[in-house]
Write a protein that binds this ligand. Sequence first.
Ligand SMILES: *[C@@H]1O[C@H](CO)[C@@H](O)[C@H](O)[C@H]1NC(C)=O
Ligand SMILES: *[C@@H]1O[C@H](CO)[C@@H](O)[C@H](O)[C@H]1NC(C)=O
Ligand SMILES: *[C@@H]1O[C@H](CO)[C@@H](O)[C@H](O)[C@H]1NC(C)=O
Ligand SMILES: *[C@@H]1O[C@H](CO)[C@@H](O)[C@H](O)[C@H]1NC(C)=O
Ligand SMILES: *[C@@H]1O[C@H](CO)[C@@H](O)[C@H](O)[C@H]1NC(C)=O
Length: 449
Amino acid sequence: MKMFLCCWLVLVALTHSTSSTIPGAQLKLTEKGLEYGNGCMQIVNVALPQSSVNLVPNVGVRLNIPGAFISMRGNWWVRYLRVFKARGSLTLNIYALNIQSSLAITKDAEGRPAVNAVNCVASVGSVGIKFYGGASWLYNLFRKFLERPIRSALEARICPLLGKAVSDLNPLLKKMNVIAKVDQFAEIDYSMVSAPVISSSAINFNLKGQFYNTGNRQEPPFPPDAFSLPPERDHMLYFGISAFTSNSAGFVYNRAGGLSINITTDRIREDLVVPLNTTSFEHIFPEVYSRYPNLDVQLLVENVKSPDIIYNTNLALVQTTATMTAYAVHSNESLSPLFILNMDARARLNMSIREMKLFPNLILDKLTLSLNKSYVGDLNSTQVDSFEYILVPQLQLGAIQTVNKKGYPLPALAKVKLYNTQLRVMKDYVLIGTDVIFEDPRLSNDVGE
Ligand SMILES: *[C@@H]1O[C@H](CO)[C@@H](O)[C@H](O)[C@H]1NC(C)=O
Ligand SMILES: *[C@@H]1O[C@H](CO)[C@@H](O)[C@H](O)[C@H]1NC(C)=O
Ligand SMILES: *[C@@H]1O[C@H](CO)[C@@H](O)[C@H](O)[C@H]1NC(C)=O
Ligand SMILES: *[C@@H]1O[C@H](CO)[C@@H](O)[C@H](O)[C@H]1NC(C)=O
Ligand SMILES: *[C@@H]1O[C@H](CO)[C@@H](O)[C@H](O)[C@H]1NC(C)=O
């Protein structure tokens, strides 16, 4: 019985939940997903004619196995009065085995799923037994008399066995990693913040969905906002990633200094854009050129505060406030500051999914510049505005490409591949609907073995 549970419950890779019970991310497993989990169920020597798995609102899933057939081989061994010893093999066929049980899905103290078999009923239509070897001719004479007690013994044992098989899953579930590592700076906490919500058409897992600095947890100054997934059920799985999740990423990376970026001539040369040097500034800001002729320029872009990520229907935007310090780079590699500009940047966020990761792609939309400080003479606002033409391509290629290369793990579905994946930006969250196939067929059968 272990085999099917793992299919879906184990999927939710989920660690320590804290105070808030408003989820930052949600995962919805629909009936279609359960059916898939059900369809891949196969165990050796067991024919499950038409087992079915249904959702039981507020409880979990109901497993119904009508009319299964199981054939087992074993050895028999008899010893009588130290004199008579005999051994041989036997086959035991179990016909019309019916099992109905509900599996309650809950959450443990650490935000991982936990399961229990409840309301189990089992019946065995008939059994057939046949002995081979030794004195089997003798036992075969009596086998009709043996079958009834074997049937009763089996019926009495199935539910306790199922109960044990199901509770044996819990230690496995406890080993599930609910923290997804992103890189050296960050990890995402996908633990469950509340027990799953089970309706007749789907199971909803409410996950924390929050980025943290690795090894240095700090709560951001903003809380998650409640959001709810649409009632859609065309796909097997739905992920909802809220603006809170994305903003907690901005908070974490800003805190870790991961959003400060040097844009250097080398980097730009690689991308075949106009070289970044004082000659390029000649017409906009002649003082720079007369003071530091023919030197490379390096730009240091530093976020002033965490970026704001905003999701609205079909539109995702990132707004950020940063400063950009321009330096002249001397041949001995020392830097002379030229000026500091304040930057308000707005970028469109175009997201895609590859290999269970969400890849953001920033497209710089709008850049507003103002003078913060100059080290080489006055700059008027017209001159400042003119820098936009130099800076936009540099920023798009340098700073923004750094962000665009990284993928952020979705709540880990262990060893599955996504297909038919659709991503839509909704008000306050990103909705990803997808179907899955198991990459490792063993997972769908016997994770518990
Ligand atoms: C940028 O470069 C300067 C010197 O070249 C260095 O001191 C600084 O740490 C660098 N900053 C980042 C964010 O790479
Ligand atoms: C500086 O930039 C100009 C174009 O803006 C280019 O023609 C020149 O070769 C560059 N100089 C160096 C030293 O890279
Ligand atoms: C590097 O070169 C610049 C310009 O020639 C000079 O002002 C500065 O003192 C030099 N720095 C060092 C550490 O040699
Ligand atoms: C968004 O990304 C997709 C695929 O990653 C790409 O095909 C599309 O052109 C991008 N849209 C914009 C507006 O850049
Ligand atoms: C210059 O930038 C600093 C750091 O972001 C900021 O605190 C300060 O207000 C800015 N000054 C001006 C004049 O914009």
